[in-house]
Structures are given as C-alpha cells and as structure tokens.
Design a protein around this ligand. Structure first.
Ligand code: GUN
Ligand code: FE
Length: 424
C-alpha cells in the first residue's frame, strides 16, 4: 500500500464558490501525496484497507490565509487601541519596530509569532517585517522552514518616521535587492517588495523598488487608501498621480507578480480601476479598521464588481492573530456599512466571508484554501463547538468557530497532507 495515502473520516466543510459551502456529513476524505484525492460518503473498495483517522463528530475545514499581518507588532497586540492611525504609528508602532535592529530580540518575537499563527489555524500569510534586513531574514527563513506558504517583505521607508526607522534611499534599494536575491528561490515563503505606504516612501525609493520588481519578477504589498488622511497625503506627496494606487503602478510595481493592497477602505474609482486591472487583492482587516481607522470597507460592493478580496489580522492594528475571527467581523461590519450607508452597499453572507479567508486567498499560495479534489491539503479539524442540547450542522460549526472559537477548538492541523505534531 502506498504510504503517501491518508484516509480521514469526519464531517467536511469548504467553500465551493463565493456563495456556497460544500458540506459532507459523515464522510471519508482521501489525501494522496499532499493533495485531496476525493471525498466519499461510502468508502470505495480500493481504500478499505487503509489505516483511518476518525475524528467522529468534528469538522474538517481548510486552513486560513492571512493576507496582511505585521510580525514585529506581535507584542503590541491588544494595546493602545484607543489611538488613531497617525498617532498609533508614531507613539506605539514605530517605537516597537525600531527595536528590531536587535536581531536577538527579533528572533524571540518572530518564533512566538509564527507558532501562534499556526496554532490559530493560519498556514498561509503575507507578512511585513521591518526595515531591518537581518531580523527580516530570520523571519522569512523561519517561516519557510515551518512550511508556511506566503510572502515576507523587508519594509521600505525613507521619510516621515522617527530617525532610526528611516533608510538611506540607495542603501534601502541595495538591501532589498540582496533580500530578494537571497530568498526568491525559497520553496514555501517567498520575498515580496514592501513599500510601507505613500506617506513614508519617496518617489525615488518607489521607482527603485519598481526596477527590482521587474528584474526579479516579484510582486508587492503595501497599504492602500487605508484612511482619508493617507489618501490625502498620497495626493499631496505624489501630485503627479490621480490616486494612491497609481503611485505604485507608475513605478511598474504592479507588473511583476501578486499585488496585495491592505485595507482599501477609501478607494477612488481610479484606485479600483487600477487594482482590478492588475488582478490585485484588496485586504479587509476588520478589527484593525475598527480600532485605528473607524472606517469600513465596501466589501459587498467591491465583490460584486469582481474585486479579489482577502482578509487580514493586521496585527497589531488588529488584535487577534487568528484570521478566522476576521471572517465573522467582516460579516458584522458589512451590516453596519449597509445600515449607515445603504446607497450602493450590502451586507455579506457568512459563506462569502469564509470564502475570502480560505479559497479566494488560498489561490495566491498555489491551490490551497479548499478541500476539493486536487487542492493542497492544508486543513484544520475543529471540535467542541456544539451544545449538549443543540447539535450543530457542520456548516454551523464552521460559522460558530469564526465567531467564538479559540485555538483550543482546533484539535488537529494538517500541512501538505502531514499532521503537525508540534505541541501548540
Ligand atoms: N499604515 C502604515 N503602516 C501601517 C501599519 O503598520 N499598520 C496599519 N494598520 N496601517 C499602516
Ligand atoms: Fe498594516
């Protein structure tokens, strides 16, 4: 019998498409060489002799993708959440990021961050480091060795921040090139170009990064129209551009690989046109925008216009490392958006939110985020969410998990078809 085949019996839920969950009760899933082979309610004869892992009444779901998270802000989560963006950056975030000049400190934080992310069911992520190459190199190496599929960026910033976070522009480009060159061959976690956002980057720096993107065929992540202040700063500092997104387009940063724009709360028509043209992702970070912006993305309207949207924890503007919680929050915020601004906005459904956090985002990482045949088997087994007096259906277990689950509800984790054995 082929040792690369695994058989699991339980209930199974994943996103079939944007509006529908596929639900299999009391079923068998076969995983071959790390990918889903098929799901059956009656086990086919050929698999009957395989050893079977039986999770009984639990529910198997795809692992989650966090499309916007700042690893160096991990120690700040849940603190100073009464500040708004500009003050929060200056008083809380930048002082913390400056500490990552110390690579030994960085290792401690990054080890804890990565373990906590996996414990909370995130196996794919787009992560920001800091300007510091040594610390960010440790982050990408560690994520890569842990098997996390994703991207890590050495952050670029050369104006409008405290002195010890400002890079010399040419040095910044040189450091970034060395980082891209060293890690572009990584198997799991790859480098991505990461200009922080328009207010902290000069035109010279963004153009230099654009040349690197083209040379190495690498995409970019940044913050896009997160606040009205940011959008105004973008117009003021880059008067040649009609909108925030055009700043990066003009530098050729959107031509080379995935484009991931965090937040996208106050886009102009031009922002939307450009991001869609490059098939970029807008990332909704619900907790973050409740805390440091008080702004709500037009999620339903943007989805209806064919925009790709994923979800982000945005540690530490967001406070919870488990991006699964953001699927629930995205539903809640869409209802507030519809209530306060009914014109052109609509609430989203739970299946839509779950799809954004799994299948839609999983496409960025090479065919994961689903349990349909052919998908890479990155998956979680969740349990303990029904009441004694009310047994939930599998899709209800998935929904309740996103609202009130904790990492303790995740009783098993699989990555590339292998069960993770680490104590979490
Ligand atoms: N804009 C620029 N930097 C940041 C950051 O670290 N977090 C958030 N939420 N917004 C930003
Ligand atoms: Fe952010």
């Amino acid at each position: 019998m082929n040792s690369n085949i695994k058989l699991i019996h339980t209930n199974i839920v994943y996103s079939e498409d944007r509006n529908r969950l596929a639900v299999y009760t009391d079923s068998y899933i076969v995983v071959e060489d790390g990918r889903v082979k098929g799901i059956w309610s009656e086990l086919p004869e050929e698999y009957k002799n395989l050893p079977m892992k039986d999770y009984g009444d639990a529910v198997l779901i795809p692992a989650f993708s966090d499309l916007h998270v700042h690893a160096p802000q991990y120690l700040n989560r849940g603190l100073e959440m009464d500040l708004l963006l500009s003050d929060w950056l200056d008083k809380c975030t930048f002082p913390m990021e400056a500490k990552f000049a110390d690579a030994e400190f960085a290792k401690l934080v990054y080890d804890a961050f990565i373990d906590d992310m996996i414990a909370n069911g995130t196996m794919h992520a787009c992560v920001y480091g800091t300007i510091h190459t040594e610390a960010t190199s440790y982050l990408i190496e560690r994520m890569n060795s842990k098997g996390i599929k994703g991207f890590v960026g050495k952050v670029n910033m050369d104006r409008n921040a405290q002195a010890d976070l400002l890079e010399d522009t040419s040095e910044s480009i040189r450091d970034t090139e060395a980082f891209l060159e060293k890690y572009s061959g990584n198997k799991n976690t790859k480098p991505i170009i990461t200009p922080r956002f328009a207010p902290t980057c000069t035109r010279e720096q963004i153009n230099g990064l654009g040349k690197l993107g083209k040379k190495y065929g690498i995409g970019m992540q940044t913050h896009l129209v997160e606040s009205i202040w940011e959008a105004e700063q973008a117009r003021l500092l880059f008067p040649e551009c009609s909108c925030d997104t055009e700043i990066y387009e003009r530098a050729g940063l959107m031509d080379n690989g995935p484009v991931i724009g965090g937040h996208f709360i106050f886009p102009s028509e031009d922002d939307i046109r450009i991001l869609r043209m490059y098939d970029g992702y807008a990332v909704q970070c619900p907790d973050a925008t409740i805390s440091v912006i008080a702004g709500i993305m037009q999620t339903g309207a943007l989805l209806d216009r064919g925009m790709k949207i994923g979800l982000g924890s945005d540690i530490s503007a967001g406070h919870h490392i488990g991006v699964f919680t953001q699927a629930a929050r995205a539903v809640q915020l869409s209802k507030l958006k519809e209530f306060y601004e009914p014109e052109g906005n609509r609430k989203i459904s739970f299946p839509e939110a779950f799809w954004m956090a799994t299948k839609q985002s999983g496409e960025l990482f090479g065919g994961t985020g689903s349990l349909e045949p052919g998908s890479v088997f990155d998956a979680l087994v969740i349990d303990g969410l029904s009441d004694a007096a009310r047994k939930l259906k599998p899709e209800q277990v998935a929904e309740r998990f996103c609202y009130l689950g904790t990492k303790e509800n995740i009783i098993a984790r699989y990555m590339n078809g292998e069960e993770l054995s680490q104590a979490l």
